[in-house]
Design a protein around this ligand. Structure first.
Ligand SMILES: NC(=O)C1=CN([C@@H]2O[C@H](COP(=O)(O)OP(=O)(O)OC[C@H]3O[C@@H](n4cnc5c(N)ncnc54)[C@H](O)[C@@H]3O)[C@@H](O)[C@H]2O)C=CC1
Ligand SMILES: O=C(O)CCC(=O)C(=O)O
Length: 487
């Protein structure tokens, strides 16, 4: 189906591609050149969602009865297909949300690795034997799937995040209805095509593309969805959680971050600068694990700042498909507006903008949602740029006297997702690891960079206190059943 050579994509329901019942479509555009349409995608309504939920419900009994190994074999096939389409899917991701092609391909490869990890889950232990007080009885735990799982995913990791939700959901015997972000729905359709080609039975995994208010909220309130897993903003996450709680469904929320990096006086400053740049500015700062508060001990503040500014000045902003680009555009116009408004606010509240924070002067970039990477000096912990999640290429430098103050400032946030420290001092490391209120703490490493085999999630407002990925995923996607058997 082509509209003037621009491809159109459909929902995927009960093993078939189909347009939205009402026929509505939306454009997915390229944030590097906003006039360029990447594809038309469905603007679905409740009728489409109901169809997908009904298909997932009809498929779930047979899917649950397969062995874990049988389910896993389909995940292995999907991984191979995703990997074989890495360039194409990576390019689509770059054209839809702007991250560089290298990052997009890396994320797609990570998607394949996640699929393989959970394919193997089908062969691992799912329970334990517990001694009974009855000498004749055998007591043990097993796991049972939730049923139909709703997956609401954002645009910033359009392959990895939905896969780290869908792969365990499917491996543990659930069926899935997936609502991707419309901004990256073409990428989603290409991921879905891999699952289709892998041969999942009709109805086991479904995709409905549409607005958050219609399909996302519709999923959270749908009585046919037994568990809902969400990644995105705090405001929406809380609505999803409340709607799920109101009807007694299980929910899991991964939301924002305001992640600090602490630079101790004994840090290797070159490595710390590289980690700050990579953690804070890759993917244009649009990671929930992105570094945004850079807390530096005053003894090395000026030296660190000079090295940071040198390297930030060398970062090339441009189209992510251009091999020389280091930093793509913001993913959409709202993100660009948010970033520019925080840059204004930062200056108004008394921080000093040392670099970037403007639209690039290159006329070739005028039609994209570009902003140059910003570094703020003289930031105090009460300023908006030190408190709110900006989700853009903005680094806020905060000077502190000593490590205790650094950790106190780092903890002075409503969020608690990831945090890092650069130091060689074991005392600093131990204080940081023990006192830092974050779900992911990293020593001599950047704040971003989640490993698929380890639990991932935040403290405080960053999550619903659950964990995703690794073995932790089983806690959300299954219920424990305690079995007591007596002759
Ligand atoms: N934790 C993370 O990884 C992410 C955080 N964000 C944060 O959110 C801010 C806004 O970005 P958005 O794309 O607008 O995030 P969002 O929270 O609106 O979108 C995330 C997902 O939720 C869906 N959604 C939107 N409204 C919904 C509703 N009422 N009920 C159910 N689902 C709904 C969206 O369609 C998308 O699939 C960003 O600036 C950033 O701060 C955004 C994306 C990812
Ligand atoms: O840092 C990462 O690799 C993952 C980040 C993430 O989960 C997110 O931005 O939602």
């Amino acid at each position: 189906m082509e509209k003037n050579t621009i491809p159109s994509f459909d929902n995927y329901i009960n093993g078939e591609w189909m347009p939205a019942v009402g026929g509505g479509t939306k454009k997915s555009i390229n944030p590097s050149r906003s006039h360029e349409i990447v594809g038309y995608v469905p603007d679905s309504s409740e009728a489409d969602l109901n169809g997908a939920v009904a298909a997932a419900e009809a498929a779930r009994a047979a899917w649950r009865k397969l062995t874990g190994a049988q389910r896993g074999s389909l995940l292995y096939k999907a991984a191979d297909l995703l990997e074989s389409r890495l360039d194409e899917i990576g390019e689509t991701m770059t054209r839809e949300m702007g991250k560089t092609w290298a990052e997009a391909k890396g994320e797609t490869a990570r998607g394949a690795a996640i699929l393989r990890y959970y394919a193997g889950e089908g062969m691992r232990s799912i329970g334990e034997v517990i001694p009974s007080t009855d000498a004749e009885a055998l007591m043990f735990t097993t796991r049972t799937p939730l049923g139909v799982v709703g997956v609401i995913s954002p645009w910033n990791f359009p392959v990895a995040i939905p896969i780290w939700k869908m792969a365990p959901a499917l491996a543990y015997g659930n069926t899935v209805v997936w609502k991707p972000a419309t901004e990256t729905a073409v990428t989603a359709a290409k991921v879905m095509q891999c699952l289709h080609d892998a041969g999942f039975p009709p109805g086991v995994v479904n995709m409905v593309i549409g607005s958050g208010s219609a399909i996302g909220q519709g999923m959270a309130s749908h009585p046919g969805i037994h568990g809902i897993t969400f990644t995105g903003s705090n405001a929406v996450g809380k609505q999803v959680g409340q709607a799920a709680l109101a009807r007694g469904a299980k929910y899991q929320l991964e939301m924002g971050g305001k992640n600090p990096i602490i630079i101790a006086a004994d840090a290797d400053l070159d490595l710390a600068v590289d980690a700050t740049i990579s953690g804070g500015l890759r993917s244009t700062g649009q990671k929930c694990t992105a570094t945004s508060r850079v807390i530096v001990i005053k003894d090395v503040y000026e030296a660190f700042k000079a090295k940071l500014l040198d390297k930030v000045a060398a970062l090339k902003v441009g189209d992510g498909m251009d091999a020389s680009t280091w930093l793509g555009p913001c993913a959409n116009e709202n993100q660009l507006d948010t970033v520019l408004s925080y840059i204004r606010k930062g200056t108004e509240e008394g921080a000093v903008l040392l670099a970037g924070g403007t639209r690039p002067s290159d006329p070739d970039l005028a039609d994209g949602f570009y902003v140059t990477p910003a570094v703020f000096d003289n930031v105090t912990p009460d300023m908006s740029i030190a408190r709110d999640e900006i989700f853009g290429p903005v680094l806020a430098l905060i000077a502190v006297e000593h490590i205790e103050q650094a950790i106190a400032v780092a903890n002075d946030s409503e969020y608690g997702l990831s945090a890092s420290i650069y130091t060689k001092d074991i005392g600093n490391v131990l204080s940081f690891v023990q006192e830092m209120e974050a779900g992911l703490v990293r020593v001599n490493a950047e704040t971003a960079g989640v490993e698929l085999q380890a639990p991932f999630g935040g403290m405080k407002q960053s999550s619903s206190h659950s964990r995703e990925q690794g073995q932790a995923a089983i806690e959300f996607f299954t219920s424990i059943k305690t079995v007591f058997i007596k002759p």
